[in-house]
Structures are given as structure tokens and as C-alpha cells.
Ligand binder design. Structure first.
Ligand code: NAD
Length: 378
């Protein structure tokens, strides 16, 4: 069974789907691995590193695609890439199946079996495959660093002979995986941190990191589903959150927003008036930019100025820390591949509670109900 790795081609993408240590593990599982020449360079891994790990390095991208039994990627391969693969081959990557299902039609038409890293269920057995959490960890960390780098002040409290420097104030909205990592990083740098989330369980986690948890009276409404994920709130409940956020935004030097609701547009947490109320020199980093944004006026991958306040919405911070982002991602995909390989051969058990739900297309059919619905809407 040949596992192929392409060089990523999206602008700014420096990650690679498999690092050499994962290649060794896959070869130990009796698979063979081929990789496009220079695919690892962004993550500081050379062709020789891959050769030493046992991979074959290939210059011809089309030949690599045609030879792949399983193609692993970070971002979704192009329509042409899908068309160049052999019928029945497997693709494992981030695929954006709920946001852009139509982009997977070429894979469907070519009879490819596609697995989406976004759809890997968050059950205990699949924790080692949870690439969303891995990438959110990297993004949350980097967002705190961006904030520290941008503001015209220091993060820690300093007592010097020239007087006392007060600590920076950071407000984090959404305390999931990315938010908690942003809180932890800002705390390590010495900032005073406040955080808000609609899930009550987040409160304990926020406090355990030394931050203050902001609570809003939402009138006892249901804020999470059975799986522990936030649900879409009513306009009235969202407004209560926004009013509280606007009040705390007035004193913040850095605001990092990470609030998302799986499969829905990101909730709007800061209106223009909240941004206007902020101090000059402050920064808002909206990590929900790719799902519509948490902040009015934020634009994906652009830097916007509003009355001396900077608003950024970087959509791919993991690619700016490519070594560790690739290392974590590579381990996530390798754990998933280990489910698909038996005695060095492909073994697709669609009844498996991780493999089945992660599958998007198989034998010319849409396999995931949510994706099929998103496709009809599109
Ligand atoms: P996410 O990226 O979907 O959302 C980020 C955060 O935004 C969440 O904490 C959510 O509650 C919050 N949010 C949504 N709407 C909001 C609003 N209107 N106002 C304020 N905050 C709002 O979530 P995530 O970071 O991927 O994960 C969230 C949860 O899933 C956490 O409880 C996490 O521990 C859990 N999780 C479980 C596993 C597992 O393996 N069981 C793995 C990863 C995450």
C-alpha cells in the first residue's frame, strides 16, 4: 500500500502532512511512503530526512498522484489532483466538507474515498486523531504572541526603580481549545486575563489557568448540546453576552476571540460600538474569521484599523508555526492511518465508530448526512 504526501500549494501554507518520524512508523506498519520533493522544507525537513526515514522522494507530482493508494494532505487537494488519482484511492486531509462541500464533487465523481480530519468524532478513542484540537492549540498560543507583539506596552507587571509598569489586560472570548491555550500563554507572559464562554464547564478550566471567568445571566437557557459543544444562542442571549463583552473591552489591551458553534456561522460577540469603546493601541485578534468572524469589521487575513484599534483575523496561524503544527498533525493522521491499515493493506471498516463518521465520499456516494445536506443547500 502506497501512502503519498504532496507538497502543499495554498499560499502561506508551510505545514507538511507527514513528518519523518511518522514515516518510520508507517513503514513499520508495512506501508510504503512516497513524498513530493521539498514537501517538508517549510517544516524544516529535507528530502534526505525523508529518505533516511525510508520514504521515496518523487519529483513528478502527477506520477505521485497516480500511484497513491492513500493520499494524505494538510489542506484539501485541488480538483485536478483529485482527477489524477486512481478510482477507489483514499484521501485523508482537512477538506472543509461542511463549508465547501461542492469542492469535493471531483473526488466523488472519481470514486475516491475521502476522510475529513474535521469530521473525526471527538470520542475518547479518537483523541490521538483530533487534529482540530492540535491546530487550535497552536493557533491560541500564536494569537497571544501576536497580541503581545503588537501592543505598545509590555505584558508583565514590573516594579522598577523608574516606577511600576502595570500588567497588560487580555480578554479571551470562547474558552475552548484555542481560547484556553491563549489564556495560558498570556498568563505565562504575565498579563491579567479575563475570559467568557457560554459553556459553564469552561469556567473551572479558565480559573485553573489563573484567569477570571466572566459570567452572564442567560436565564438558564440551554447553551450546550449532549456532546458538550456550544449551541447557537437566541438573539437575546447573544445580546446579553455582547453587552458584557463591550463593558470589559473598554479596559482590554488585547482581545482574542475564538467562539465557534460547530457547523454554524460564528456568533457575533463584538459590535462596532464595542470596538469603538476600546483604548487606542489595543488589538482584537478574531480567530473565527474563516466561519464569519466574532467581531464586526474583521476581515479574514486582513489588518483593519478603527480609531487606533487594530483588528486582525488570521485564518491560518498554525502554518506560522510549521514545525510543531506539522508534528502534531502528522501524529494525528498517522493514528488515523493505523486504523485503515491491516497487515500493510487497506482495510476500510465503515462500521468502525471513527472511520465511518469521518468518511465524506465512498464509491460515488456522499457518506455523511450533514455533508449531503450542506451539499443540497449549496
Ligand atoms: P469550538 O472551536 O467549536 O468553539 C470555541 C469555543 O467557543 C467553545 O468553548 C464554545 O463554547 C465557545 N462559544 C460558542 N458560542 C459562544 C458564544 N456565543 N459566546 C461565548 N463563547 C461561545 O470548540 P473547541 O475548542 O473545538 O471545543 C470545545 C469543547 O469541546 C471543549 O469543551 C473541549 O474540551 C471539548 N473537546 C473535547 C474533545 C474530546 O476529545 N472529547 C476534544 C476537543 C475538544
Amino acid at each position: 500500500m502506497n501512502i503519498a504526501v504532496l507538497k502543499e500549494t495554498s499560499p502561506g501554507e508551510a505545514r507538511v502532512a507527514l513528518m519523518p518520524d511518522s514515516v518510520k512508523k508507517l513503514i513499520a506498519a508495512k506501508a510504503s511512503v512516497s513524498i513530493e520533493s521539498s514537501a517538508g522544507l517549510g517544516a524544516a525537513r529535507t528530502d534526505d530526512d525523508y529518505r533516511e526515514a525510508g520514504a521515496t522522494v518523487v519529483d513528478d507530482r502527477n506520477a505521485l498522484l497516480a500511484s497513491a493508494d492513500v493520499l494524505v494532505g494538510v489542506t484539501r487537494p485541488s480538483a485536478d489532483d483529485f482527477r489524477r488519482m486512481k478510482k477507489g484511492a483514499v484521501v485523508l486531509s482537512f477538506l472543509r466538507p461542511l463549508d465547501e462541500p461542492d469542492k469535493l464533487v471531483p473526488a466523488l465523481e472519481n470514486g475516491l474515498t475521502t476522510f475529513s480530519m474535521e469530521l473525526v468524532p471527538r470520542i475518547t478513542r479518537a483523541q490521538a486523531m483530533d487534529a482540530l484540537s492540535s491546530m487550535a492549540t497552536v493557533a491560541g498560543y500564536k494569537a497571544a504572541l501576536l497580541g503581545a507583539d503588537h501592543i505598545p506596552r509590555m505584558f508583565p507587571l514590573l516594579m522598577t526603580a523608574a516606577g511600576t509598569v502595570p500588567p497588560a489586560r487580555v480578554l479571551v472570548l470562547g474558552a475552548g481549545v484555542a481560547g484556553l491555550q491563549a489564556i495560558a500563554t498570556a498568563r505565562r507572559l504575565g498579563a491579567v486575563v479575563e475570559a467568557y464562554d457560554v459553556r459553564a464547564a469552561a469556567g473551572e478550566q479558565v480559573r485553573s489557568l489563573g484567569a477570571t471567568f466572566l459570567e452572564v445571566d442567560l436565564g438558564g437557557i440551554q447553551t450546550e448540546d449532549k456532546g458538550g459543544y456550544a449551541v447557537e444562542l437566541s438573539e437575546e442571549a447573544l445580546k446579553r453576552g455582547r453587552d458584557m463583552v463591550a463593558e470589559h473591552a473598554k479596559t482590554a489591551d488585547v482581545i482574542i476571540t475564538t467562539a465557534q458553534v460547530p457547523g454554524k456561522r460564528a456568533p457575533l460577540l463584538m459590535e462596532e460600538s464595542a470596538v469603538k469603546g476600546m483604548k487606542r493601541g489595543a488589538i482584537v485578534i478574531d480567530l473565527a474569521g474563516s466561519t464569519g468572524g466574532n467581531v464586526v469589521g474583521s476581515k479574514p487575513d486582513e489588518i483593519v484599523e478603527r480609531n487606533g484599534v487594530t483588528i486582525m483575523a488570521p485564518t491560518n496561524l498554525p502554518a506560522t508555526i510549521p514545525v510543531h503544527a506539522s508534528q502534531l498533525y502528522s501524529r494525528n493522521v498517522t493514528a488515523f492511518l493505523n486504523l485503515l491499515i491491516k497487515d500493510g493493506e487497506l482495510n476500510l471498516d465503515m462500521n468502525d465508530d471513527v472511520i465511518g463518521p469521518s468518511c465524506v465520499t465512498h464509491e460515488g456516494k456522499w457518506m455523511n448526512q450533514r455533508v449531503a445536506t450542506a451539499m443540497r443547500v449549496a
